[in-house]
Design a protein around this ligand. Structure first.
Ligand code: GCV
Length: 691
């Protein structure tokens, strides 16, 4: 028998649970946090009946509040009598407009295709959720807007910090986790139209009949949401799966094997997108193993998928330990001469910078340098070098900064965005890829604020001219209560710069610890490949710090168009944020701030830590208006971030002082430990680093 006291405790527990359900606000809904009372189903009507139109209508019904008014979804052909301006919509754009249909006022969501209607439906939802109103017309500026999952077949996600892979390869194709649908909805809401399911460090098995069937099951789920499936292809698969003696791209048997493989895939996945390939990079096989070029390799695969309208995304992320030249130059050196030699269904995928997704890198010199070749941007959404899932670092400013960079390839205004959207050279095959930050964590991305990076990637892939702040505001308005929006945006906007500051500002790069890349390691100098060592990148000595990439050094600046090269060649005109990327600079050089380089660098470390402290204070102010679960997780992560920012700062300063022998500027706190203490720290189980 329950005592009276026990009963009171139970009732009180239930009541308080009713007021704040334990798991209701765990971030699962992402930015699609729809109201409890939704629109009357018959307020939404659809002209036509296809799977895509059905999911579009279902989403609107689910998302919009009861007072949303009458909404009609229809392809433009169904409402031709309205004579709407639909010419600019292409096959993915949409138009939202208040019109009269059959004598009654309705909000019309239309597009030339089902896909346009689908994106319009999500745009209407976004518009209403962010408090905007009015007619809206939009078409994507980039054709392929693709997530790259670095997911292994054993469920481990390389550089993944949000749990294990979302794909349960083992139970596919029989069990279709409902999360796959929600994944598709989230992507469709942003206009993401492709997903590469498996890691670029690919296993041949992902192309085996068993795994093709699994990929096909996912493709079937994603199709109504406009998402095509792609696979990373291991270049040596003809040997491993096909039993051939070679994977030489010019060998007719090899080409025939890939053609048959492509045919097999297309039988299972008729709208298969094509292959993504990492070749001859970090130990992956590729055409260079047979003394063939990257174009030879890409074109052979392109021929296999061409009859099915498939494409090949061929990565330019190549560097070799056998090449003594500056790693930052190697991709350009290898790919630039191949301009014009790729088949027309090949797009070369280039990372935003020439090294590897560092907190800040100058734009990759290949942008603007291969006019005859479509180049696709590769961003990293997962934050391998920006604090994993725990640090709050909004990547919108990083994406925007790269896209707005001027290559000067055809004079001023030849931005990276124009290279990527094809407008600079008139390419129609265009694309942006983002290395996904998604896993099976309940909140998908490991933290609430990481969701903003998925969101920003999708929105800016659709429209590379969107400002980071506009996107942040949009995301926050759909994610938090109105009173939390401004504080959240304020935290986000400086957060990436803060990471730059506390990990190594002024153009420093690749100063992290080995393997897992967690935490500082500027002292590392004993790895077998020279370009894996942080000392290779910062070149700090008694005199100064930084990598001389001018004529007196590696001359990487010469890979940029002349006006850009001239700017980067002179320390006085190099933006301070990129100074040490291009120059070896004396510690006592006077910076625009008026401080010496050393004092300036120290100031950046302290500013980075201070920014995190500021984010914590701001986050405290929104506690009353953010649900407890998401508030607490973010608060805990910010505490981790402050501790780790401080660690980055202290360990880095301890190391730089051991090199330059300089005292800290007056009033600056010394690191609490000596350098050896920081060097001795080890983190064997840090996530994201597949063994
Ligand atoms: C998938 C970096 C990462 C690797 C990644 C590689 C790439 O080197 O640390 O994990 O491999 O980039 O982009 O191919």
């Amino acid at each position: 028998m329950m005592t009276l006291f026990a009963r009171i405790v139970l009732i009180a527990g239930l009541l308080s649970a009713g007021a704040a359900p334990a798991l209701a606000e765990d971030g699962y809904d992402l930015w699609m946090r729809y109201p409890a009372t939704t629109i009357a189903p018959d307020s939404v009507s659809v002209r036509g009946d296809t799977p895509m139109l059905r999911v579009a209508a279902a989403e609107v019904r689910r998302a919009l509040p009861a007072q949303a008014g009458a909404i009609v979804l229809a392809r433009t052909a169904e409402v031709a009598d309205l004579k709407l301006p639909t010419a600019t919509l292409g096959d993915e754009g949409y138009l939202i407009r208040a019109v009269r249909l059959n004598g009654r006022p309705v909000t019309l969501v239309t597009g030339n295709t089902d896909r346009g209607v689908l994106y319009g439906a999500f745009a209407l939802i976004r518009q209403r959720a962010t408090g905007a109103a009015g007619d809206l017309t939009s078409a994507p500026r980039v054709k392929l807007r693709v997530l790259n999952h670095w997911d292994n077949l054993d469920g481990v996600v390389e550089r993944g910090y949000a749990g294990r892979s979302l794909w349960d390869w083992w139970t596919l194709p029989d069990y279709k986790d409902p999360r796959y649908v929600d994944y598709a909805r989230a992507n469709a809401s942003l206009g993401i139209n492709g997903t590469v399911l498996n890691n670029v460090n690919a296993k041949a098995e992902s192309l085996s009949p068993r795994y093709i069937a699994k990929a096909a099951a996912l493709a079937d789920i994603f199709r109504p949401y406009g998402i095509r499936v792609y696979l990373s292809a291991r270049f040596s698969a003809p040997i491993e799966l096909g039993g051939l003696k070679t994977a030489d791209p010019l060998d007719p048997q090899v080409a025939a094997w890939w053609r048959a493989k492509a045919d097999e895939i297309y039988r299972a996945i008729p709208d298969f997108g094509g292959f993504l390939v990492k070749a001859n990079s970090e130990g992956q096989p590729g055409p260079r193993d047979y003394h063939r070029t990257h174009a030879d390799g890409a074109n052979m695969l392109a021929a296999a998928v061409a009859p099915h309208d498939g494409i090949v995304m061929w990565r330019a992320f190549v560097y070799a330990d056998t090449d003594p030249d500056d790693r930052a130059k190697q991709a350009y050196t290898e790919f630039k001469p191949l301009d014009g030699r790729f088949a027309k269904n090949v797009i070369v995928q280039v990372k935003n910078g020439a090294i590897d997704f560092q907190p800040r890198e100058p734009f990759h010199p290949l942008f603007g340098a291969m006019p005859k070749t479509p180049l696709m941007m590769e961003f990293q959404i997962t934050k391998e070098y920006l604090g994993f899932a725990t640090h709050l670092a909004y990547l919108g400013p990083l994406f925007a900064e790269t896209l707005a960079s001027d290559t000067f390839a055809k004079g001023a205004g030849s931005t990276v965005a124009k290279v990527v959207d094809g407008s600079l050279e008139g390419h129609t095959l265009t694309g942006i890829a983002g290395v996904a930050n998604i896993g099976d964590d309940r909140d998908w991305t490991g933290s609430t604020f990481n969701q903003a990076n998925w969101y920003a990637f999708g929105r800016m892939a659709w429209d590379p001219s969107l400002s980071a702040e506009t996107v942040a505001r949009e995301w926050a308005a759909q994610t938090f209560a109105p009173a939390a929006v401004a504080p959240a945006v304020a935290m986000m906007m400086g957060s990436r710069e803060a990471v730059v500051d506390y990990t190594g500002a002024l153009g420093l790069a690749h100063v992290m610890a080995t393997g897992h890349h967690y935490g500082p390691g500027p002292w590392v100098s004993d790895l077998k490949r020279p370009e894996w060592n942080p000392v290779y990148y910062h070149k700090a000595d008694k005199r100064g710090i930084g990598f001389d990439r001018t004529k007196s050094g590696s001359n990487a600046v010469a890979q940029y168009a002349p006006p850009v090269a001239a700017k980067f060649a002179d320390p006085a005109t190099t933006p301070p944020g990129e100074l040490l990327w291009f120059h070896h600079v004396a510690w006592d050089r006077r910076m625009p701030s008026g401080r010496t380089l050393w004092a300036d660098l120290v100031g950046h470390y302290d500013a980075g830590v201070a920014y995190v402290v500021g984010m914590r204070t701001r986050w405290d102010t929104v506690k009353p208006v953010v649900d407890a679960e998401r508030w607490q997780k973010t608060a805990s992560f910010l505490a981790v971030q402050q501790r780790e920012a401080q660690w980055w700062r202290d360990a880095s300063l301890a190391y730089w002082m051991s090199v330059n022998g300089l005292p800290l500027p007056a009033g600056v706190a010394p690191p609490p430990h000596d350098l050896n203490w920081y060097k001795a720290l080890s983190f064997p189980y840090a996530p994201g680093n597949p063994q």
